[in-house]
Design a protein around this ligand. Structure first.
Ligand SMILES: Cc1cc2nc3c(=O)[nH]c(=O)nc-3n(C[C@H](O)[C@H](O)[C@H](O)COP(=O)(O)O)c2cc1C
Length: 416
């Protein structure tokens, strides 16, 4: 499944189409050369035991039951190995790294995750320090200092050894609160890593690496230059930087910058199947869903998480058929059929027949400019995800002209 020519208006509304064959409902995709049943992934969520005793092991089982990849958070209340075992053979699991300052510990986490069958490394960049969260402060909520949400760390052999060396032979279990605060101090140290340091991860992880928390097209390009395989365009569900731009607002620009070079994933605000489709139409390859299934987990444990995701999947499947058909039938075909022959014809004509006198040259340059601008206009429309097919019809037939010709003309004027 691919959504390279999306079907959204400039107002990011979906344009429904009718009387399409929907007998095949395939929402499968390929990510990092591996097949996935759907474009939905469970976002990494920390400290799940506070929502329900099923916690991360339950959520991972739920994911496995419906063929959705599960991303295990570093801030989990269950270990890397326990979650892998719970999710079972054949399940898809990814590991999310809150990147410690201590390289030995980082490498140990990566090795454990790889050994336990986690396929993709998701490195969250926006949480080198926990944000100023007034609600949490009002409620004195910081589970880590109570020893909750650090199991990935406190079960790590390198961390345990270093803790013991620093504390006169003490075991983590002897003072779990102290161990937890040492762990948090390393993971949420307040010191951000830098682009150069990504090489440590590259050298120690032989699978795909995805950077989570990218919001600027330049950072997306830097990720690609650093040899990363993907990014998650995410503002952490609005939980980290107060006043940060909406994730969806940045998606088109980021896709334009790197969408053809690396895998662009999206999260923050996906609530329904329609949201999934919008993100895909704007160029994301798949989406991460966070709070909806956590609410499900809170209400009904593992089954609640699973059923929430099932609901989102059901709606996505229905939508996808419609959008997919539109793309296949009209989008690219029209672009190819129209833009390339015109510009090729023009280039050929220009070099062979014309270009004799200065006046002709000026005239030719003008026409050149018009052709170029038409092409860039089309690209602009594509980049901004207008339904090209719809445009094509409106420009060349009269029936729909009133609805679409106005923005089209405005765009023409502004381009010229
Ligand atoms: C309670 C909670 C805990 C989270 N914990 C993590 C985490 O441990 N690691 C991480 O990378 N992101 C974490 N996130 C962010 C999610 O992975 C994701 O980016 C965000 O929730 C997506 O937005 P949504 O909740 O609107 O779907 C957390 C989000 C919530 C709501």
């Amino acid at each position: 499944m691919s959504f390279s020519v999306p079907s959204l208006t400039i107002f990011e509304k979906l344009i429904p189409r009718m009387l399409r064959d929907n007998s095949v409902r395939d929402v499968s995709i390929t990510l990092f050369n591996k097949p996935y049943d759907s474009p939905i992934i469970m976002a990494p969520i920390g400290v799940q035991s506070i929502f329900h005793s099923d916690a991360e092991t339950g959520a991972a089982k739920a994911a496995a039951e419906i063929g959705v990849p599960y991303i295990l958070s570093t801030a989990s209340t269950r270990s890397i190995e326990a979650v892998a075992e719970a999710s079972g053979e054949g399940s898809k699991r990814w590991f999310q790294l809150y990147w410690p300052q201590d390289d030995d510990i980082t490498i140990s986490l990566l090795q454990r995750a790889r050994k336990a069958g986690y396929e993709v490394l998701v490195v969250t960049l926006d949480t080198w320090s926990l944000a100023w969260r007034p609600w949490d402060l009002d409620n004195a909520y910081l589970p880590f200092v109570h020893g909750v949400g650090n199991t990935v760390g406190t079960s790590d052999p390198v961390f345990r050894r270093k803790f013991s060396e620093r504390n006169g032979g003490m075991a983590v279990e002897d003072d779990i609160v102290r161990a937890s605060s040492e762990w948090s101090a390393d993971v949420f140290s307040g010191k951000a890593h830098t682009w150069e340091e990504l090489k440590v991860l590259k050298e120690n992880w032989d699978g795909p690496i995805v950077l989570k928390g990218i919001q600027h097209p330049e950072d997306a390009v830097k990720a690609w230059e650093a040899g990363m395989d993907g990014i998650v365009v995410s503002n952490h569900g609005g939980r980290q930087l107060d006043g940060a731009v909406g994730s969806l607002d940045m998606l088109p620009e980021i896709v334009e910058a790197v969408g053809d070079k690396m895998t662009v994933l999206f999260d923050s605000g996906i609530r329904t199947g329609a949201d999934v489709i919008k993100a895909l139409c704007l160029g994301a390859k798949a989406v991460l869903v966070g709070r909806p299934w956590i609410y499900g987990l809170s209400v009904a444990g593992k089954d609640g998480a699973r059923d929430v995701l099932r609901g989102i999947l059901a709606v996505s499947v229905n939508f996808v058929i419609v959008m997919h058909r539109i793309r296949l039938t009209f989008g690219r075909i029209w672009i190819r059929a129209w833009v390339s022959p015109v510009s090729t014809m023009w280039r050929n004509a220009r070099s062979s027949v014309f270009a004799r006198s200065r006046i002709q040259e000026i005239a030719l340059l003008r026409i050149d400019r018009i052709v170029m601008r038409m092409t860039s206009l089309i690209n602009w429309y594509q980049a901004h995800h207008i339904d090209i097919a719809y445009l094509a019809f409106s420009v060349f037939t009269s029936s729909d002209a009133y609805t679409i010709d106005i923005p089209f003309s405005i765009a023409l004027i502004s381009v010229w």
